[in-house]
Write a protein that binds this ligand. Structure first.
Ligand code: FAD
Length: 291
């Protein structure tokens, strides 16, 4: 079933993984993927670092495993900031050769001290390029309930998102967020702006204070008081922090699914045991909500 067909059966449940840094982790990643496969995801997406042209092979390898060994629908991330048009076409052709035609078209983040060398300044340019040159691709895009940190304001960010969707984006996935009311407000404004494609909510189970602080610094995502209190209270206790982080994510997901969200995209951080616990706690809620 194509991603577009899948999206009609909301709510979707999708997972995100990243390629391991070391070749020696290959066995671990296969185990990880097999465990994630058992969670019956609608698709698994595989990241690719913006500046990491050398990591393309690693992303291709994982995408191939997911699609062809595990038989799970696959989305490959394609950041454009450091890629030429030809490099993008080559990557899309390599993906097509392994039957992957779902791509998450991204700008990517500038690497400190490394000037962008690619042909795409913004994701909408990459989306138009893919649409024009590889029309068989289903194109996903990123969006930001808490506003992208580069945007002067939310209105500017939303106008840019509308342009990205009008360029040919079929499906959106949000940046992670901790406050569902921000997502609902964003969703409503996106719909008013005429953005009609499915919008999956990106949820990251945060089980480690340092990790959250790093993410919040990089992305500018606000940490609400409720979650900051949990972090302060349990950050020194690994087990309690993990349980509290999972419970917080489960609470977010149950609320979102109850409100009729188009889908949940779980940033797994390659930690299947955490994804599994979330799946077990929310499976019945998903099943009851599926059309
Ligand atoms: P854009 O859509 O280009 O937006 C970036 C900023 O530019 C926004 O402020 C926007 O309002 C503005 N803007 C957009 N279009 C225009 C325009 N035409 N003119 C002027 N301003 C404009 N990064 C990776 O490197 N690899 C990954 O695998 C990866 N996966 C991700 C997955 C998800 C679900 C998400 C949400 C993010 C992911 N990222 C990844 C991070 C992403 O690359 C960064 O958030 C990046 O800063 C923005 O990418 P974008 O595609 O949203 O950019």
């Amino acid at each position: 079933m194509s991603l577009t067909e899948l999206a009609n059966r909301k709510p979707l449940f999708s997972l995100e993984v990243f390629p391991p840094r070391k070749e020696s982790s290959n066995k671990t990643i296969l185990n990880t993927l097999q465990e994630l496969q058992s969670l019956e995801p609608d698709f698994i997406s595989v990241t690719l670092g913006a500046g990491g042209s050398g990591r393309r092979d690693a992303t291709l390898k994982i995408a191939n495993l997911v699609k062809n060994q595990l038989g799970v629908e696959t989305v490959a991330h394609v950041p454009g900031l450091y890629q030429s048009k030809q490099q993008v076409l080559d990557l899309l052709d390599q993906l097509k050769s392994i039957s992957v035609t779902n791509v998450l078209a991204l700008r990517g983040d500038q690497i400190p001290g490394k000037q962008p060398t690619g042909d795409f300044n913004h994701a909408n340019e990459l989306v138009s390029f893919i649409k024009q040159n590889r029309p068989e691709c289903t194109i996903l895009g990123a969006c930001y309930p808490d506003c992208h940190q580069d945007s002067p304001d939310f209105i500017d960010d939303l106008a840019n998102l509308k342009r990205k969707v009008d360029s040919g984006t079929d499906h959106l996935i949000t940046q992670l967020f901790f406050d569902n009311s921000e997502f609902y407000s964003f969703y409503e404004k996106a719909r008013i702006a005429g953005i009609t494609v499915p919008i999956e909510a990106g949820i990251m189970p945060c089980t480690n204070k340092k990790q959250i602080e790093r993410i919040a610094t990089i992305t500018g995502i606000p940490v609400p008081k409720k979650f900051a209190t949990i972090l302060d209270r349990y950050s020194d206790n690994k087990e309690a922090m993990r349980d509290a982080g999972i419970a917080f994510a489960v609470d977010q997901i149950i609320d979102l699914v109850s409100q009729g969200v188009d889908g949940i995209h779980l940033y797994t951080m390659n930690q299947p045991e955490i994804a599994k616990r979330i799946y077990n706690e929310t499976r019945s809620v998903f099943k009851a909500a599926v059309k």
